[in-house]
Design a protein around this ligand. Structure first.
Ligand SMILES: [Zn+2]
Length: 267
């Protein structure tokens, strides 16, 4: 009986999907046009127009310079420059801003996973990031995480890890990185950063992060190249504050790089 019902259930599901597509068609996150059957989240025109940074292929570029300047300011001591990359440029006037905003404010986790994997594929294929062994998403304060129901940086970190795993699947000599979400904790709730100046942002997040000693004790290996993950890179103050917390437990030989979905270019 059950077997006979299976094809019927398939037809009902397909019909239901066609009905949903007709009344609520999926739209391009950037321009809002209705997507065709073989498109997901973004139309082919916006996809080809995406303002990719290609920073994953360049060691010296504005994002890395800003990140490293923040680190020096935070630590007050010199250390070897860290690497930095974002998938695309974030401009207030362009529709690509709806990608991180949809993930952060509209609960669109599948959207985040899609573009997170895209970022991960670029990183896994880059000689600058191919040896990453530990991925740490920038933590949210537990109360904010509870209210949002998820941490957008964690969604991205998992997607990036997946992309590495797929990219290295054919080559047994390459070990993909693992995500560790609990090593760094946000111990102080910080004001939202959107309207703060650069200096205010730095003060706002300084000392907001700490290390969880129990997770540290349980780390199965000593990392050599850590990748911090966040949704948007603006001044670099949040990422460099997480970097400072990690430097209290890892020596300078352990590289700490950053990757984000979007990068806000300076003036
Ligand atoms: Zn579009």
């Amino acid at each position: 009986m059950r077997r006979r019902l299976r094809p019927v259930a398939g037809v009902v599901a397909a019909f239901g999907k066609a009905l949903v597509d007709f009344f609520l068609p999926e739209r391009c996150v950037v321009c809002g046009c209705v997507l065709s059957r073989n498109e997901r989240f973004i139309c082919c025109y916006c996809e080809s127009d995406m303002p990719l940074t290609r920073y994953w292929l360049q060691e010296k570029q504005p994002m890395a310079e800003r990140y490293n300047a923040c680190i020096q300011q935070q630590l007050g001591a010199y250390e070897a420059p860290g690497r930095a990359a974002a998938l695309f440029f974030y401009r207030e006037e362009a529709g690509f801003k709806w990608i991180p905003q949809g993930l952060k404010y509209e609960g669109r986790r599948a959207l985040g996973r899609y573009f997170g994997e895209r970022l991960g594929r670029e990183l896994a294929g880059s000689p600058l990031f191919a040896d990453v062994d530990l991925i740490i998403p920038v933590p949210l304060h537990p109360w904010r995480r509870f209210r949002r129901g998820y941490n957008q940086a964690e969604v991205l970190a998992q997607a990036v890890e997946n992309a590495y795993r797929k990219a290295f699947a054919e080559d047994s000599s390459r070990v993909p990185p693992v995500v560790c979400s609990r090593l760094v904790r946000r111990v102080r709730a910080t004001r939202t950063q959107t309207r703060l100046s650069g200096e205010e942002k730095r003060k706002n997040v300084a000392g907001a992060f700490s290390i969880d000693p129990r997770t540290l004790a349980r780390l199965p290996f000593k990392p050599r190249h850590i990748l911090l993950l966040d949704d948007v890179f603006t001044t670099g103050s949040t990422l460099s504050a997480v970097h400072a917390a990690l430097r209290t437990i890892f020596p300078p030989e352990v590289a700490i790089s950053v990757a984000t979905l979007a990068y806000v270019p300076g003036d």
